[in-house]
Design a protein around this ligand. Structure first.
Ligand code: TXD
Length: 308
């Protein structure tokens, strides 16, 4: 008998809850919400299971404090950790979140050894790296989500500036998920027309600066947590590419072995994502300035990895 897809949320906080909701709405399979906080994942699951009949969704969702309940998961999406508070950088989170990733990584290795793991916890590229080390999974099956979100932010600001449909804007943000991320202007177009035709270089500089700070802009507005709807949607898109073997070209934090001059590190690069997880890293020609920015971003990630 063909089994239903099972998507496990490792961490059932703000992003975890929306991940389970979107799993149902996008008809990806059944969801299990795991968290260390007692009763909370069970409460979220019960609430979500009452949403399913409203939208006629054939969707089962459960909540648990026992990681063994993720057994057989096809995809594990990891948000467990603590989010940023105003004034904190993503890297300030490293010590607390590394311990959490080590512990849930052991659980995933034991109970869902065949799953694809999508890491969301910050500092993103470093936690993806750590997750691959702890699980020992093939690096194609451990990816970090940041580029889809950072690119969505770039596209959103550009569409607003140009007053065009968001679907016309194609863009890429590469590098580490932090202040050094690299919006790749040379590949950013409105339906193939270079974005520089529509927006002045000065305005583009300002928009790209806003992209780099967009996570922080939201943290400062929310005051008690970080962005959660768009990060969840971005990870769900990646899960969809895997479960439906879409082979979509998207930016993700992936283990580089020489690509872009990076060796033995997770960094945001364009990948083709399909039924094997990472199908291939696509190397695109960058301008000298973009190369320089990318190298700077790689060094920033490398220095945080060395703190592990
Ligand atoms: O682009 C991106 N990658 C990101 C990353 C965009 C936005 C937010 N990003 C990061 O995601 C953020 O900095 C955090 O590190 C994670 C999760 O953010 P979220 O907003 O969902 O945080 P919450 O609401 O605090 O949820 C985290 C949950 C919380 O319920 C904890 O009890 C739980 O993680 N937690 C654990 N669950 C399971 N197992 C263990 N050990 C554990 N420890 C904490």
């Amino acid at each position: 008998m063909k089994k239903r897809n099972k998507i496990a949320m490792i961490g059932s906080g703000q992003i975890g809850g929306i991940l389970a909701l979107l799993t149902g709405i996008r008809k990806l399979g059944d969801a299990v919400l795991f968290d260390v906080v007692e009763d909370m994942p069970q409460g979220k699951a019960l609430d979500l299971s009452h949403l399913a009949p409203v939208f006629d969704l054939d969707f089962r969702v459960s909540g648990t404090n026992n990681i063994a309940d993720i057994a057989g998961a096809d995809v594990c999406i990891v948000t467990s950790g603590v989010p940023r508070k105003p004034g904190m950088s993503r890297d300030d989170l490293i010590k607390i979140n590394a311990d959490i990733i080590r512990s849930v990584g052991e659980g995933i290795k034991e109970h869902a050894p065949d799953s694809l793991v999508i890491v969301i916890t910050n500092p993103l590229d470093v936690m993806a790296y750590l997750m691959q080390k702890v699980t020992g999974f093939d690096h194609r099956k451990v990816l970090g989500m940041a580029g889809v979100l950072d690119t969505a932010r770039y596209r959103s600001f550009l569409a607003e500036e140009m007053n065009v449909s968001i679907s016309s804007i194609s863009a890429f943000v590469l590098g580490g998920h932090g202040d050094t991320m690299v919006p790749v202007r040379s590949y950013t177009t409105c339906n193939g027309v270079p974005v520089e035709k529509f927006i002045s270089a000065e305005r583009l500089d300002a928009i790209e600066k806003r992209v780099r700070g967009a996570g922080g802009e939201i943290v400062n507005l929310l005051k008690t947590g970080s962005a959660f709807c768009s990060p969840a949607a971005s990870a769900i898109l990646m899960a969809e590419c895997y479960l439906q073997n879409k082979r979509k070209l998207l930016p993700a934090s992936a283990y580089c072995q020489g690509e872009y001059g990076v060796d033995g590190l997770y960094i945001g690069v364009p990948i083709i994502m399909g039924g094997n997880g990472l199908e291939e890293i696509v190397e695109i020609e960058l301008s000298d300035n973009e190369k320089q920015q990318l190298n700077k971003s790689v060094e920033a990630v490398r220095s945080v990895v060395s703190e592990l």
